[in-house]
Design a protein around this ligand. Structure first.
Ligand SMILES: [Zn+2]
Length: 239
């Protein structure tokens, strides 16, 4: 709102009084910059709010507190995803893309011989900005990969991974912790299947389901067998 008012004013011709800048020193901003460094912009990702939904500027008690919140996501409010973006001096929140969000998810269902460090390493490159890739064992003794990577929320949430070794194939499915409302038809977060704009008119939602409750990872403790931290090595978006 403020940004829109300012942008429209800056496009007008200003009077001499309006155009004359008030001169400041860098030091005059120190207190404000320190406070803002512990802040972030938050947007609720929901179909009914659309892309023009409000952006909230949230201030944390410390930079460490903000980092913890940003690293421990994803966060939901009222079953809707909260997309949190760091405050950067000089950056206009209207110019920030809220299309990407970090998620923790699991890759399950692989044949046992696929749970190796080499497979983990190759698999990590198929995710966007993969930060953590680790092999875990759940309470039932089943192996799975736990992944922390960036997800584009404007695209259907990924369900599947596919491997090829020579002439043989392998596959696994993805399951997510702390999922917000997810449409089981189009795979987008932010709405439920009965609100889906892509559902044909008059169609019965049950006949158009391509996701299932398996997409939600059970919340349980698991044992970490090994961890590959790929942060800094793989920040390219997969094709
Ligand atoms: Zn949908």
């Amino acid at each position: 709102m403020d940004t829109e008012i300012l942008r429209s004013l800056m496009n007008c011709s200003l009077t001499e009084e309006e155009a004359k800048p008030v001169l400041l020193e860098e030091n005059d901003l120190i207190d404000g910059v320190v406070e803002c460094e512990a802040s972030a912009f938050v947007k609720v990702h929901a179909l009914n709010l659309g892309v023009a939904g409000p952006i909230i500027h949230v201030f944390f008690p410390s930079i460490e507190g903000k980092r913890w919140v940003m690293e421990s996501g994803p966060w939901c409010f009222d079953n809707h995803l909260l997309i949190i973006k760091n405050w950067v001096r000089g950056e206009d929140p209207m110019d920030i893309s809220f299309d990407e969000c970090k998620f923790s998810f699991q890759v399950r269902g692989l044949k046992e011989e696929f749970y190796t460090k080499e497979v983990a390493n190759n698999l990590s490159s198929s995710f966007m900005a993969c930060e953590i890739m680790e092999l875990c064992k759940d309470k039932a003794g089943k192996n799975f990969f736990r992944v922390k990577a960036t997800v584009n929320v404007q695209q259907p949430i990924r369900r599947f991974v596919n491997f090829q070794v020579g002439t043989t194939h392998g596959a696994g499915y993805l399951t997510y912790g702390r999922l917000p409302y997810l449409c089981f038809h189009c795979g987008l977060m932010g709405h439920l299947i009965r609100q889906c704009p892509k559902l044909p008119e008059g169609a019965s939602p049950q006949k158009h389901v391509v996701y299932g409750l398996w997409i939600k990872a059970p919340a349980e403790k698991s044992k970490v067998e090994f961890r590959l931290i790929t942060d800094g090595l793989n920040h390219d978006k997969p094709s």
